[in-house]
Ligand binder design. Structure first.
Ligand SMILES: [Fe+2]
Length: 269
């Protein structure tokens, strides 16, 4: 016979419950609960104490089965259900599943954590936009992580850090704005040119510098102008210095000659 009652005791590990039948004022023996499947596929029943259920019982109300839960005056369907909306609330609102069968939308809200584990592949494909948002986001791959798009933007309010053993940038043109600090060695196949105003630091080149074009220098300072290769220094527009110049040990401003009488002349006037 068909009976209605409220669950008064749960035995989850054995799939049994006791039901209090209000009409008779009696509590049933442990009753099995009808579930979707119980062998290879197993469903745990979701009932709680005071769940309103319907039962099929024998004529003595000793043996029977709990067929399922039913809504009652006391426990009504969720307030946000609709004819086109399939709604599942677990733990009040701790987990909410909404399916809008008219629009074809699926919404899952969790107050706790969500975990998806697959031995195979996971693929998420959307014709529209896809967003992954969180306090910290980690994408970790065993072999390769690839971001592929016609345009890729990396935006960071403070620091963008790339840590690797080898960083390769392959592009016809690479543009960097701001200051570029390199603490290691810079090796370049060539420089097209330098422009702009620097920070006023000193550029040090340990193994010499070769300029095939024109070098315009505000000042040149050197401890020694000795040419190791013995080349000739040529100045097509003349040389001028307020200091003395010596050639072969002879001072340009202080040297004297011997006159026709064997005496010394004055230095150049
Ligand atoms: Fe002279």
């Amino acid at each position: 016979m068909l009976k209605f009652g409220y669950i008064s005791e749960l035995d989850v590990s054995n799939g049994l419950v006791r039901v209090f039948f209000e009409d008779d004022g009696i509590t049933s023996n442990p009753l099995p609960v009808s579930v979707q499947a119980s062998k290879t596929d197993k469903y745990s029943f979701p009932f709680v104490i005071n769940e309103h259920v319907w039962c099929l019982m024998d004529e003595n109300c000793e043996f029977g089965v709990v067929g399922g839960a039913i809504y009652s005056v006391k426990d009504k369907p969720s307030s946000h259900v609709g004819e086109q909306l399939i709604n599942v609330d677990i733990g009040a609102t701790k987990l909410q599943l909404k399916i809008d069968r008219q629009a074809g939308n699926l919404e899952l809200k969790l107050e706790g954590d969500a975990t998806i584990k697959a031995q195979g592949n996971i693929e998420i494909t959307a014709i529209g936009n896809t967003k992954v948002k969180g306090e910290n986001v980690l994408v970790e791959a065993v072999t390769e992580a690839k971001v592929k798009a016609p345009t890729v933007k990396v935006e960071a309010a403070t620091i963008t850090e790339v840590t690797t053993t080898l960083l390769k940038i392959t592009a016809p043109t690479t543009t960097m704005s701001g200051i570029l600090n390199v603490t290691g060695v810079v090796a370049a196949g060539g420089f097209a040119g330098f422009s702009g105003v620097g920070a006023g630091g000193v550029m040090t080149v340990q193994n010499g510098m070769k300029v095939t074009g024109t070098a315009e220098i505000d000042d040149v300072k050197a401890g020694d102008y000795t040419s190791k290769t013995g080349g000739v220094m040529t100045a097509s527009q003349g040389l001028s210095t307020p200091q003395d110049v010596k050639a072969g040990g002879k001072s340009l401003t202080l040297h004297t000659h011997t006159d026709s009488q064997g005496g010394a002349t004055t230095p150049p006037i």
